[in-house]
Structure formats: C-alpha cells, structure tokens
Design a protein around this ligand. Structure first.
Ligand code: ZN
Length: 674
C-alpha cells in the first residue's frame, strides 16, 4: 500500500484482523485462509515495528505480553458470582417452574425463559472500559477471584476491543473452555513429554488459566463464550436477558449461538431432551443446559438465596452409559516405564462412537471397583474424552471369575515392576526395556527435542528389535552401511539420516535435557535448567536446593532431576553422548546477568499508562537491564508517571529524581533498542 500513511494502514489492518478473528474464533466460519490471515498479521507486526509509537495495547499484535507474571493479584467482583442450583429430571425442572411462577404471582401464565448450552469450562469475568478489555478475573470463591488479564488477552475469541457498545465500564461473564480437539492435542503432547495428563477439558482449561506464562497459555488454544451482562445500576440495562445476549453478540463478544427464548417449561424440557441427545455434535464439552428467566425485572423480584439465584437453574444431562463385556485387562508400557492397565471391551456404541477400549487408571482402582475379566461392566463417557469403566454388573458375573491381579513384571521386558510410596503407578526401571527404549528414542528424536528427521516408528522398531541401538548414545554410532541393511531403507535415506543424526549433535543443551525424557521435565523446564546452569555437568551436579531455588522449577522437577543424575547408568549415558560429540552447553542467554544498556538503573512506575500495559512497560524496561521497584527512594533512577500519578510522583519531585512521562519512556526504550 505505497502512499498510505502508516497510521491509516495500521487502522485498516487492525479492523481486518479483528473481523477475521471474529469470523474464525467466534463464528467458526473463516472467510480467508490461515495463510492470508497470517499475512495480515505479519504486515501489521512489520509496520508496528517500524513505528513503535503507533503500537497500542488493544492491537491484535499485543495479545501475548510474553513476560511470565509472578503471581495473580486478588480482585473483588463487582457483584457476587453466584453458582447455580442443579436439576436432574423433567420433574425437577417443572418444580423449578412452579417456584418461579409462584414467586412471580402469574398463576397459570407461561414464563419466558432463555435456555443456553452449559459450557464445561472455567468461569471468568471480563471488564471493558471505553470498549477496551481492561481486566479478566477468575470466579474464585464468587466474591474474590484472581486477576488473569494477561492470560485472558491471549484468547483470540475474546476481543481486546469491542466493535461497538457502551462507552463506560461494563462487565461480562462467561466461560473459558478448551475444545475437544485442542484437549486431545494437548494431552498427546503431554504424554510424549512424560507429563501427567489432564483428566478432562475442564481441568485442562482451569490448569492453563492458572499458568503464569501467557505465551504458554496462548499456545494451548483456549476459547471462550460469554453469557451474562452485569448491570451496575447506573446504566440502563436491556430489559431482558435475550436482548442482552443479542447486544453482546452485536458488540463482537462470543455468545454461544444455540441459545433460545422459550415460552413455558414444556418447551424448556423439550430443549433439554434434544440437547442431551445432540451434545456430542458440539466441539466443546457440555454437561447440561442453563435455564434463566428472561425478564430482568422479574429476576429482581425473585432474588437469590445465599448461594444461588432463584431465577435460574442448571439442568444436568444424564451421563452417557452403556453395558458391555470386559474381555480382558491388558497393560500398556509408556516411555517412563509406567505399566498401565486398560480394558479391552466387546465393541459397543456409546455417544456416537464405537468403544473397544477404556482406561482403568491403575491397579488400585481396579481392585477398589473389583473389576474382573469376563464381567459385564458399565462404561461411561462423562466430561472425559476417554471412556471409563464405572462398575461391574455383579448379577451377571460368571461363577468362576477371579479378582484381577496386577502383573509383577513388565509387560515388555519381564523386569520386576516397582513403585514409589506415594504413587499408584507401577513402573519398569529397566533402562534397556524395549518398550521404554522405543518410546524414548522417538521422543529423543522428536522435533522439539534433538530433531532427527527420518527416525520414524518402523525404523526405531527395527533398531531396538535387532539390538542395534540399546540407548540414545548408540544412535551416534549408526553408519550408512548398518542402516542400509534394514528394511525399507534406501541408500539415500540412510545417508540423509546419518547426516541428520550428525547435525543433532550441535543441538542446544536445552533440547538435550528435554530429549533425555527426565520425568516431569518438559520443554519449558528444560530450557529454564539450561539457562540457569549453563552446562550438563552444571545441571547434574546441582544440589537439590540449588535446583529448587531456580524460578519456575518446583520441588517435583527438582527431585526428578536429582534422581536422574544420581543414577550411575544415566551418568554413563551422558558420558557416552559427550564422547560422541553431542553438545553439552547452551547458548541461551543467562536470565539475570545480561547486562543491558540500562543495567544498574532503577525505575518506579506510577499512574496509568495508555499506549502500553504496565506489564509491557516492565518487560521493556527489564529487557534493557534495569530493575523496576515499587517505592521511590534516593536510589531510584527514574520515576515513570502515567495519568493520575499520585504520591510517588510527589516524592520523586521532593527527592529531585528525574521523572518521565509515557512518551519520554517510549522514546528512551526506542533509543536504547536502536
Ligand atoms: Zn520393561
């Protein structure tokens, strides 16, 4: 767009990106390809990089602040976030309607309700001021929640700026959720990195929202719906809930589209029945329908009990269950050596899919439920994606059945299984267990680990089976001649693979640590350890206290790293990798000791910034090596005063400390970066 002033082009791009985000993330009906969308975003990023003075907090490029937050501040909700009473049957729904009609004093007249699909996620409250997202908070205990604004900003279904709407502050409430597809993808990745799996999308969404790294939150693909506009008394609210939903929709907020306004409880019952059947057609988890009185004036009259409003109820769907035969209990061996039992079932249709396997969690769970091979069992699909076995049908139990016993040896290598005191999982600790080795090699070669392209499943299978590779270090002894003798291995691909393996030697220490598959050490923890300890020996020799004292390394990770390092076999493996020429150092910057151009300077922020968030300002200042502190002292180098700066600015003047307004701060940042 030669000739267009950058300011105008930025405005057009932002409008276009917001429009397409809404099409994609809210309406699920994109008008352009992902590639075209990325091109718009990249153009905007480029122009904003050239004109940093034109960047504003509500630009679509500013979703991820990038900087982990230290913790969540507690915030008070404008009005209490109530929970809902549950109903489980048509009769209970009708009883609810009776109570509403009695409270309303309308006799036999039907009440107008709004029925909405109940989203199985995490409740949140969003505040917009002058059409801009200024705060996102979790429900917490209903009175006080946690300020998760930085994380909420990464959710692309939530607009950073409203298309239209009231100018003053408004609060909308809704639910953050993870789609089934994102949930499946996330658990697959966690399984590969040896991290514990989330039980269901709701737990995954809640766990993600409480993560302190917005960049990680952004990568998880959370989405959101809003379902309530909160009045503050001062402003005229739409007279009905259905008007409020329509209004929120028109402002560009994500409203779940299947809601209906229904006259009388009969239609509500029919709506609930119909969605109990169709619930699996939705791309998100749902466990019921929320029914609300539409007329807000009537809601006022009905009021609330201490915990629940009298004008709404949640109808819970019955769990989807089926009966089938438990043919046998089998065991699967994972990368960490976990021997996990699972149920092999007589295939049965449940909730639209054929089920032939179900999780059994662990031996204790099987014993508690007394599940036996040959039993007829009840299986259930709840919020979880993987069906579970609920209970045996004792009346149908064959007379000769015996309680199931967990094997004492590994399914793959027959080594004796062990378990830690506080764990229910039995593990194979044989380092050369073929099942562990196979999974481990695939992980080691993975794209985010050592990135050895061409080392696929069938090849790994052969290398392990023919005892050519007994551990990760053996990979570095592979020759073209050895590889060329394997099935489906052409000369060309053998030489390519050898080159790939050679190339992997230069991988950064962070990748190597992750590739080793140390329990609980995912990509992020591996990078943190590398940045902090610099060399493999540094990590291996670090006492547990030193490991624990690293920010973002918890006691679980620290203990796991220590256990790994204390195992002589692992030490030998590392030695052999080192001798093979694998890089044992990192080139990642050391977190605290990068001397920036402003090293040694101290900043204090006060008042409200307009073009950037407080977090962004802190990040920018810290990137330049300076520190940001809370109170003004003689040692403070600069006080940055935004709008409505108070006593801190006063103090700075008294002490003769240089003050910067927002523009001056921005100029300083730009100058130092140049
Ligand atoms: Zn084994």
């Amino acid at each position: 767009m030669a000739g267009t002033p950058p300011k105008d082009r930025i405005r057009d791009l932002r409008d276009a990106i917001r429009h397409h985000e809404e099409r994609y993330y809210i309406h699920n009906a994109p008008e352009i390809s992902d590639e075209q969308f990325d091109r718009l975003l990249h153009e905007l990023e480029r122009i904003e990089a050239e004109h940093p003075e034109l960047v504003t907090g509500d630009s679509p490029t500013q979703r991820v602040a990038g900087r982990p937050v230290e913790g969540f501040a507690t915030v008070e909700h404008r009005t209490q976030m109530l929970s809902l009473d549950n109903t489980y049957s048509d009769d209970e729904l009708r009883a609810f309607d009776e109570r509403v009609r009695k409270g309303a004093g309308v006799g036999g007249d039907p009440i107008a309700y709004v029925a909405e699909i109940k989203i199985d996620g995490l409740s949140i409250a969003l505040t917009y001021d002058e059409g801009r997202l200024v705060r996102g908070a979790t429900r917490g205990d209903g009175v006080r929640g946690e300020d998760v604004t930085a994380n909420v900003r990464t959710i692309r279904a939530i607009p950073l700026a409203l298309r239209s709407g009231p100018p003053g502050p408004i609060e909308v409430r809704g639910e953050v959720y993870l789609s089934r597809a994102s949930f499946t993808r996330m658990n697959r990745e966690r399984e590969e990195s040896g991290e514990p799996l989330f039980a269901n999308p709701r737990n995954a969404a809640a766990g993600t929202m409480r993560n302190l790294a917005p960049a990680l939150v952004a990568s998880r693909g959370l989405s959101a719906f809003v379902y309530q506009l909160v009045g503050d008394g001062a402003r005229a609210m739409p007279p009905t809930h259905s008007d409020a939903l329509a209004a929120m929709q028109s402002w560009g907020l994500p409203v779940e589209p299947h809601w209906q306004r229904l006259d009388g409880i009969d239609k509500v019952v029919a709506f609930c029945r119909s969605w109990a059947e169709k619930r699996r057609t939705l791309e998100f988890g749902t466990d019921g329908v929320v029914i609300k009185v539409d007329d807000l004036a009537l809601r006022e009259r009905l009021g609330a009990t201490a915990k629940c409003p009298r004008w709404a109820t949640a109808f819970k769907f019955p769990p989807e269950q089926a009966h089938t035969k438990l043919l046998r209990i089998d065991v699967n061996v994972g990368r960490t050596g976990a021997n996990t039992p699972y149920a092999v079932l007589d295939p049965v249709l449940l909730a639209g899919s054929t089920i032939s396997m179900a999780t059994l969690h662990n031996a204790e769970d099987i014993a508690r439920k007394d599940l036996r091979e040959g039993d007829t069992v009840v299986i259930e699909k709840g919020g979880d994606v993987i069906p579970k076995v609920v209970a045996p049908v004792l009346s149908l139990r064959p007379p000769d059945s015996k309680p199931w016993e967990m094997p004492t040896t590994c399914k793959a290598c027959a080594s004796t299984l062990t378990r830690e005191d506080d764990e229910v999982i039995w593990r194979c600790v044989n380092e050369s267990c073929p099942a562990k080795l196979r999974r481990g090699l695939l992980h080691f070669a993975g794209r985010t680990a050592m990135n050895i392209e061409g080392l696929g499943e069938s090849l790994v299978e052969q290398l392990v089976e023919k005892a050519i590779v007994g551990d990760y270090a053996d990979l570095y002894r592979l020759t073209e001649a050895t590889l060329a003798r394997l099935d489906r291995m052409a000369e060309k691909s053998a030489s390519n693979l050898v080159a790939e393996i050679e190339k992997s030697k230069t991988s950064d220490l962070s990748r190597l640590i992750y590739a080793l598959g140390i329990r609980h050490v995912g990509e992020k923890a591996a990078a943190t350890l590398a940045r902090h300890f610099r060399t493999m020996q540094g990590v291996l020799k670090a006492p547990i206290e030193a490991l624990q004292s690293v920010r973002e390394v918890g006691p679980v990770v620290a203990r796991s790293v220590r256990m790994f390092a204390d195992e002589p076999r692992n030490r030998r493996l590392i030695d052999r990798l080192e001798k093979a020429g694998v890089n044992m150092t990192t080139s990642l910057p050391k977190p605290a000791e990068e001397p920036g151009p402003l090293a040694g300077k101290t900043f204090v922020l006060t008042g409200t910034l307009s073009a950037m968030t407080r977090e962004q300002a802190i990040e920018a200042i810290e990137r330049l090596g300076a520190r940001v502190t809370g109170s003004v002292t003689k040692k403070t180098s600069y006080v940055v005063a935004g709008a409505e700066a108070g006593s801190k600015l006063e103090k700075a003047r008294q002490l003769g400390i240089e003050t910067l307004d927002e523009a001056a701060l921005r100029a300083l940042i730009i100058k130092q970066h140049a």
